[in-house]
Design a protein around this ligand. Structure first.
Ligand SMILES: [Ca+2]
Ligand SMILES: [Ca+2]
Length: 397
């Protein structure tokens, strides 16, 4: 009935569309529910989770309360061969977490808890965590049309040392209101994940982690940010890129880039995320308004003036604070001429370089601040300040 799965799911490439089928149960395969669950929900790859109730046997009903009208339904399943039907008008579903998890195990390392729901008609499910009749956490989740939808709570406020939450384990309550809904796979999840590739660990120490429904950015001694994810609301931010140099977010039409040194660009405006030294702050603001001039020998590549975030096609992308270049082959050379008194740590983003190890030279000096992005671009931060034209050589071996 209960499964613990700690590990990395490597195989079977199914997309999320895999759970978009009709309400009918998937084929019984004899596989453990934990394995089926990961196949059905590949987004859980690499996360620890525990399916608390899978509604495969009547024994599960001992862990739910008040639900006289709910019943196991073998005609509908998220995984396995059955789910729990909650008819319209039923007083919701209560899951006795205290009978399923020990005090020390909740929240423990779990950052999310909830279940999967589906309905034939429009429905919104309210999930709440309650202790002694007091609502501690609550949110409402509209179900996707005839698709299994995760209805989860972010548990991280429970383990926040600054909030006083009851020590005892409470209940999860689900209410659907005006529609008959089915619930399957009530589970707890540890979704903590570092978003910086391991290969980038040599860089400046900042941490970018997903935890609950937030992306947490922490640079010890400098700044800390907690950015809500899209699960929280429509204004939540999706992480588009994260590495040792920068993190890029988007939310609808908005975009936000934050560099490890504390500078930031919000919808193309320069907005640092920490207080910088006044002189440096003035230089960074000035160079955003008057970007340097970059030239590239035509045989090696070109300045990219058509990047989506370069509003005036001058070769400087205001939304990322970087100068996009395009290489023709494994080598490119760029001459950077400041248009401000001093240019602070300019960033080049080079497309078109082949795979391989990147080496960067600035007038004979080796530069180690470079990152290969998932799209193949190479991101290079030139350290220090520049007050005269300099030439950067980039080569892939
Ligand atoms: Ca099931
Ligand atoms: Ca521009």
């Amino acid at each position: 009935m209960r499964w613990i799965w700690n590990g990395v799911f490597l195989g079977i490439a199914l997309t999320l569309a895999g759970c978009a089928a009709s309400l009918a149960p998937p084929k019984r395969s004899g596989e453990p529910i934990g394995v089926q669950f990961m196949r059905t929900e590949p987004a859980f790859a690499g996360m620890a989770f525990r399916v608390l109730l899978d509604f495969e046997s009547p024994g599960d009903l001992a862990f739910i309360g008040e639900g006289a009208s709910v019943q196991l339904d073998p005609a509908v399943a998220h995984t396995g061969g059955a789910s729990l039907q909650i008819p319209v008008g039923a007083n919701g579903l209560t899951v006795k977490l205290n009978a399923l998890l020990a005090v020390g195990d909740f929240p423990g390392n779990w950052t999310l808890a909830g279940g999967y729901f589906i309905a034939r008609d429009d429905a919104t499910v309210q999930i709440s965590y309650e202790v002694d009749g007091k609502v501690i956490l609550s949110r409402k989740v509209p179900l996707m049309n005839r698709r299994w939808t995760p209805v989860m709570l972010d548990l991280t406020p429970l383990s926040d040392p600054n909030t006083s939450t009851p020590r005892e384990v409470g209940i999860l309550r689900f209410k659907a209101g005006t529609a008959t809904v089915w619930c399957d796979d009530v589970l707890a999840v540890d979704n903590v994940k570092s978003l910086i590739p391991d290969s980038d660990k040599a860089g400046d120490a900042w941490m970018i982690r997903r935890r609950g429904f937030a992306t947490r950015i922490e640079k010890p001694g400098s700044f800390k940010l907690r950015v809500p994810t899209p699960e929280v609301n429509a204004e939540g931010w999706r992480v588009d890129e994260a590495n040792e140099l920068r993190v890029r977010f988007s939310s609808g039409k908005h975009n936000w880039t934050i560099y490890c040194d504390g500078r930031g660009y919000s919808d193309g405006r320069y907005e640092p995320v920490m207080e910088l030294a006044p002189a440096e702050q003035a230089m960074l603001a000035a160079q955003h308004n008057s970007p340097a001039e970059i030239t590239v020998p035509a045989e090696l590549g070109r300045v990219e003036r058509n990047s989506p975030g370069d509003r005036n096609n001058d070769g400087y992308d205001e939304t990322t604070g970087a100068y996009p270049l395009k290489a023709n082959g494994p080598r490119i050379e760029a001459t950077i001429t400041p248009r401000t008194a001093k240019l602070v740590r300019p960033v080049l983003e080079i497309a078109g370089l082949p795979a391989g190890q990147v080496s960067v030279n600035l007038e004979g000096r080796y530069i180690d601040k470079s990152v290969r992005l998932a799209n193949g671009h190479v991101l290079i931060e030139i350290p220090g300040t520049i007050d005269r034209p300099v030439t950067v050589n980039v080569r892939v071996r």
